[in-house]
Design a protein around this ligand. Structure first.
Ligand SMILES: Nc1ncnc2c1ncn2[C@@H]1O[C@@H]2COP(=O)(O)O[C@H]2[C@H]1O
Length: 363
C-alpha cells in the first residue's frame, strides 16, 4: 500500500508499512535533510532509567530514535528491542579519545551524531594533519573486534567534533546475542577474500587479519568513492556492483602539448585563436577548439568514436552531454597524436547492481 503525501509543490509517495513489498517511486536521498539531529530530551529521560525500568513504550521510542542509524537497522526487530533496552548514552568533546589502540575492550558503540576518526598511529593527533583519514559518522558502529575476538583494541578512535555515542557494554553485548550478527558479517568478508584468486596462497590467519581490519561500505549510484587515489591509504575490493576509475588531466597545463605547439608555430593556424582568446598562457587545449575550426595540429584527424559507456562520478556529474562529447573528441585527437589523454576511464565491475559495495583493506 502506497501513501501519497504532498511536500510543498511536489508529490511524494511513501511506503505505508515496513512489510509492504511496494518499491518507492522516488529517490529517498533527494528528500534527506542535511540537518544532523542531536539526541533528544525524551531519549535522555529514557536512558537515565536502568534497563529493567524501561517500559515497552520507552523501548518503542528508543527504537524509533535509533532507526535513523543504518548499522542499527541491520538488526532484526527483536534484536533492536534488546539493544534499546540496554544501551546507554555518552557525549564526547572534540579531540577526546574514545578507544585507545592496545587497550582491552569493554564496549561497543553506535555514533548518533558527530564524527570520529580511526587511526592506527601511535600519535592520534596525526589525524588532524594527515590528508586522508578514515572518518566514521552518524549511523556507523565500531569497537566490535576487541569484544568478539577477545584481543586488544586494533585502532585508536578520536572525536573530530562533539560526538554523541550510544553504547552497549560487553556483558549486554554477549548476553543479548549482538555478537551473532557481527560474526556473520566477519564470515562474509572472510569468505569474500578467500574466494579471490590473488589471496589463494595466503594462509588463513593472515586472511583473517586483513578481513578483520576491513570495512564493508555501500555507495549509491553516482557517488564518488575516492577523490584522489594518490591520497588514499586503502585497497578497495568491489564485492557487488561496479564503478569507473577516472583520470582527469588539465590539457591546458600539458607540457608536451605546449612543446608540440612551439615546434610548429608556422604550421599552426590556431595561434591566432590563442592570442584572440588570451585564455591559456601558452597551451592550447584541443577540447576548446570551436566546432569547424581548423586544428592547431593538422596532422590529427578527428575520428568517430565508438559510444562510450555512461560513467559515474565526477565527469558525468559535472559536464553536460555536449561537454562530454567535446571532451571525448579532444581525447581522441590527443590519443592518436601520442599526447596525454584528458581523461582515462577503466571500468571495474563485480555483478550488475546499481549500488556498489566495497570491501576495504588498509594498505
Ligand atoms: N581500518 C579501520 N577502519 C575503520 N574502523 C576500524 C578500522 N580498524 C578498526 N576499526 C574499528 O576501530 C575499532 C577499535 O577497537 P576494536 O579493535 O575493538 O574495533 C575496531 C573497529 O571497530
Amino acid at each position: 500500500m502506497v501513501n501519497k503525501l504532498s511536500k510543498g509543490q511536489q508529490v511524494v509517495y511513501v511506503q505505508e508499512n515496513e512489510t509492504s513489498k511496494e518499491t518507492i517511486t522516488f529517490n529517498a536521498g533527494d528528500y534527506k535533510t542535511n540537518h544532523e539531529f542531536h539526541w533528544p530530551k525524551t531519549g535522555h529521560v529514557i536512558l537515565e532509567k536502568k534497563p529493567e525500568e524501561r517500559t515497552p513504550e520507552d523501548i518503542r521510542i528508543m527504537c524509533n530514535l535509533m532507526r535513523g542509524l543504518h548499522s542499527f537497522r541491520k538488526y532484526s526487530k527483536k534484536m533492536q528491542n534488546l539493544i534499546a533496552k540496554v544501551v546507554r548514552y555518552q557525549k564526547y568533546g572534540r579531540r577526546r579519545v574514545v578507544i585507545r589502540k592496545g587497550h582491552p575492550g569493554f564496549s561497543f558503540y553506535f555514533i548518533f551524531s558527530g564524527a570520529v576518526c580511526v587511526t592506527l598511529d601511535e600519535d592520534e593527533e596525526s589525524v588532524f594533519t594527515k590528508k586522508e583519514v578514515t572518518v566514521l559518522r552518524k549511523g556507523v558502529c565500531f569497537g566490535e573486534i576487541a569484544l568478539l575476538k577477545d584481543v586488544p583494541r586494533m585502532a585508536t578512535i578520536m572525536c573530530l567534533e562533539d560526538t554523541e555515542l550510544l553504547i552497549v557494554d560487553k556483558d549486554e553485548f554477549f548476553d543479548n546475542g549482538l555478537h551473532h550478527h557481527i560474526q556473520e558479517e566477519f564470515q562474509y568478508r572472510l569468505k569474500f577474500f578467500r574466494d579471490l584468486d590473488i589471496f589463494s596462497t595466503w594462509p588463513n590467519d593472515k586472511l583473517e587479519e586483513i578481513s578483520d581490519m576491513g570495512r564493508l561500505e555501500e555507495y549509491h549510484y553516482d557517488s564518488v568513492i575516492v577523490k584522489d587515489s594518490r591520497e588514499n591509504e586503502w585497497l578497495l575490493f568491489i564485492t557487488k556492483g561496479r564503478c569507473d576509475v577516472l583520470r582527469l588531466v588539465d590539457l591546458a597545463k600539458l607540457h608536451s602539448a605546449q612543446l608540440k605547439e612551439e615546434e610548429a608555430p608556422k604550421r599552426n593556424p590556431v595561434t591566432r585563436v590563442r592570442s584572440r582568446s588570451n585564455l591559456l598562457r601558452g597551451d592550447y587545449p584541443l577540447s576548446l577548439l570551436p566546432e569547424g575550426q581548423q586544428s592547431p595540429y593538422p596532422w590529427l584527424v578527428p575520428a568517430t568514436l565508438p559510444e562510450r559507456p555512461k560513467t559515474t562520478g565526477q565527469i558525468s556529474r559535472r559536464t553536460s552531454k555536449e561537454d562530454m562529447e567535446t571532451r571525448t573528441r579532444a581525447e581522441n585527437r590527443c590519443k592518436s597524436a601520442g599526447l596525454h589523454r584528458d581523461t582515462s576511464i577503466h571500468r571495474q565491475e563485480s555483478g550488475t547492481s546499481t549500488k556498489t559495495h566495497l570491501n576495504y583493506v588498509s594498505s
